[in-house]
Ligand binder design. Structure first.
Ligand SMILES: *[C@@H]1O[C@H](CO)[C@@H](O)[C@H](O)[C@H]1NC(C)=O
Ligand SMILES: *[C@@H]1O[C@H](CO)[C@@H](O)[C@H](O)[C@H]1NC(C)=O
Ligand SMILES: *[C@@H]1O[C@H](CO)[C@@H](O)[C@H](O)[C@H]1NC(C)=O
Ligand SMILES: *[C@@H]1O[C@H](CO)[C@@H](O)[C@H](O)[C@H]1NC(C)=O
Ligand SMILES: [Cu+2]
Length: 245
């Protein structure tokens, strides 16, 4: 292949990648946030296939999760759904813990809730959200109303792979925050190589066999490293082109 066409391909690849959207959703508010502590902000978003949705655990203090559910059962984990596990932030930490999922099917709404029960179920208090809610169909308001009348909130864990959206790694949890995993997540959440459940923070499992405490070094660079993945690939391709030369 001629270098000029190779470079052309690189440009096409870069433009195509740049078109994938990113969406940021805050997990938890603070006591003085309009709407209070128990919410996702925003609680609804439009995210075409390929969109990287970053959940930023920004409610401080907070102890929240992002757990996939269904419109019919807002506060119960969806079979085969994604689940971040709980992330506890007791005091301000930099960077904030984040978890990213990538949208794989934008044709069906993706509903989620926070499964924390203390001091009372956050889901029932309104901590629910939806992605790609269809106009004229089930609304976020209806979902929240359904959650408010739920009798209980399920704690079961599924893992990284969800229905219509999946994560490729456990949440990035800096030192100062704690990641609690349930007993079953270790069985179903197999992070791809390079995935780490605790980047400098600590991971605590609810069950003895699922424990995987981490004492990794705190690193502000980790979220950025994730974002730079594509750049690294591009650089690699560029280096390859140079060698062809
Ligand atoms: C959807 O989210 C937007 C913010 O992005 C908000 O303004 C709007 O009120 C939300 N819709 C509902 C029905 O809550
Ligand atoms: C962009 O989205 C497509 C799916 O629509 C996906 O295959 C591709 O990997 C995404 N690119 C990046 C850089 O995330
Ligand atoms: C945070 O939530 C986890 C899971 O419910 C629980 O084990 C832990 O005790 C909680 N910590 C605090 C300080 O609320
Ligand atoms: C997004 O991906 C799903 C699943 O592959 C597919 O059914 C749907 O048509 C895609 N959406 C668009 C807008 O292409
Ligand atoms: Cu919560």
């Amino acid at each position: 292949m001629r270098l000029s066409s190779f470079v052309g391909l690189l440009v096409v690849a870069a433009v195509a990648a740049a078109q994938n959207q990113t969406v940021m959703i805050a997990v938890g508010g603070e006591s003085n946030t309009p709407g209070g502590i128990f919410q996702f902000i925003p609680n609804n978003a439009t995210a075409p296939n390929g969109t990287v949705v970053t959940f930023q655990f920004s409610g401080i203090p907070g102890n929240h999760s992002v757990t996939q559910s269904s419109f019919d059962s807002p506060c119960e984990p969806l079979a085969g759904g994604f689940d971040s596990g709980w992330i506890l932030i007791e005091a301000a930490t930099t960077p904030l813990p984040t978890w990213t999922i990538t949208i794989e099917n934008d044709q069906t709404p993706i509903w989620f809730y926070c499964k924390q029960l203390n001091p009372s179920p956050h889901c029932i208090a309104g901590m629910v959200g939806g992605i790609n809610i269809q106009p004229g169909a089930n609304s976020i308001t209806a979902f929240q109303a359904k959650a408010a009348s739920a009798g209980s909130s399920g704690q079961g864990q599924n893992g990284l792979v969800g229905v219509g959206a999946s994560a490729s790694a456990e949440p990035l949890v800096p030192s100062g925050a704690t990641h609690f995993l349930g007993v079953s997540i270790s069985a179903s959440a197999t992070a791809p190589a390079g995935g780490s459940s605790a980047a400098g923070g600590s991971t605590t499992a609810g069950g003895s066999s699922a424990s995987s405490s981490s004492t990794g070094t705190p690193s502000n660079a980790i979220p950025m490293a994730v974002n730079l993945n594509f750049l690294v690939v591009l650089l690699g391709m560029f280096a390859g082109a140079m060698m062809v030369l």
